[in-house]
Design a protein around this ligand. Structure first.
Ligand SMILES: Nc1ncnc2c1ncn2[C@@H]1O[C@H](COP(=O)(O)OP(=O)(O)O)[C@@H](O)[C@H]1O
Ligand SMILES: [Mg+2]
Length: 356
């Protein structure tokens, strides 16, 4: 009885946290060119020259966030004559100008924000930012719901590099021309890793996360294959951690293929951002659907106003697909003719689980 809670039992994990998505390894692999390009837009700032803006895009799980956070860390550690402000903001968590303004105020330790409107906070923040050069990273920038803050930053902050990160290249194209011409970013695409690179990245995490010899070779190869097929490194991290837990559960000291197979069975519940699996039209549709049911025809009008390009037929097909995925709820009504009412489905709430 006494060792029910004995935590001295040997674990096959050395550091389970190393398998977390947000964990930042000391060394990032295979992204030297990307790192060089990112530092080259920041460098002018450090010489008190105007910075260059950068738009980084690429599919989820390709190291965009990791690489940028890594470089910001290096920047903060560097011994510089002119130390810039370094701001990293996740626009998923801060998806309105007001939240973004508060986040920046907080990062600058500026606390007198009470009773101030978003614009007032922004003005105060801009004034502070103009005291030094500033690097502003807006990660998941495509989740921003309004652009007031971006306007302020682009227009009123003088020495800056804005680095915007999104999954899809089209974010820039969809920006209002006025904003786009203020931003005028260089563009950098993160391309998928080849299999050998996926192997290398996952092996690095395996060594950080597990004690030596904790993995059977075939089991690890299976993880690599699955990850390469998905293109998303997070799939590999998820599988390694789950398989490790499953192996421990059967009191084993080695992760075997059978554990990985079980972990693969759990992939369906892998809470990647459900929106990452959606294309741009689907995202646009979800952004205009509300909890209040709307006629599909009216929804299509709004969709067109927002520069959606699908024909009505394809639009209807998308709506159907989204309802099958429980993103939308459909209801047929008969009121002098038949129409479909569309409202928000259950899955939207899942967003709050995501933090990548
Ligand atoms: N080149 C790399 N070297 C080491 N780890 C990497 C690399 N690329 C991605 N990762 C890891 O994969 C995971 C997903 O990367 P992330 O930066 O969140 O992707 P993205 O922002 O492109 O969606 C993170 O845990 C990250 O540390
Ligand atoms: Mg990211």
């Amino acid at each position: 009885m006494s060792d029910f809670y004995n935590t001295d039992l040997p674990s096959i994990f050395k550091n389970e946290f190393a398998l977390g998505f947000e964990f930042l390894p000391k060394e990032l692999l295979f992204r030297d060119n990307e790192m060089q390009e990112i530092t080259s837009v920041i460098k002018p700032l450090l010489q008190d020259r105007p910075g260059v803006n950068l738009f980084i895009y690429g599919k989820p799980g390709l190291g965009k966030t990791a690489v940028v956070r890594f470089l910001l860390k290096k920047l903060e550690e560097a011994d510089l004559e002119l130390e810039p402000f370094v701001l990293y903001i996740n626009c998923w968590k801060n998806n309105t100008s007001y939240k973004l303004a508060l986040e920046i105020a907080h990062a600058l330790s500026f606390y007198s924000v009470q009773n101030k409107s978003g614009s007032e906070v922004l003005q105060a923040v801009v004034e502070l930012l103009n005291k030094k050069p500033v690097v502003i990273v807006l990660d998941e920038v495509d989740k921003l719901e309004d652009f007031e803050a971006l306007y302020y930053l682009l227009e009123d902050v003088f020495k800056k590099s804005v680095i915007a990160i999104a999954n899809d290249k089209s974010w820039v194209v969809r920006l209002e021309p006025r904003l786009r011409s203020r931003l005028q970013p260089q563009e950098l695409e993160f391309k998928p890793y080849n299999k050998q690179q996926v192997h290398g990245i996952l092996k690095q995490r395996l060594d950080l996360g597990f004690i030596p010899n904790a993995w059977d070779l075939t089991a690890f190869e299976r993880v690599v294959d699955k990850t390469f097929a998905s293109g998303d490194i997070r799939v590999g991290l998820f599988l390694m951690r789950q398989a490790g837990l499953i192996a421990e559960y059967r009191n084993a000291n080695k992760v075997l293929l059978q554990d990985v197979e079980k972990a693969i069975g759990k992939l369906a519940s892998f809470s990647v951002n459900p929106e990452e699996i959606l294309d741009d039209d689907e995202k646009l549709i979800l952004s205009i659907v509300t909890a209040q049911p709307q006629r599909i025809g009216d929804l299509y009008k709004v969709y067109k106003e927002k520069n959606g390009s699908l024909s009505y037929k394809s639009f209807q097909r998308k709506i159907l697909k989204l309802s099958k995925g429980k993103f939308l709820h459909l209801e047929r009504v008969h009121k002098g003719g038949t129409t479909t009412l569309v409202s928000k489905g259950l899955k939207q709430g899942l967003q709050r689980f995501i933090d990548s």
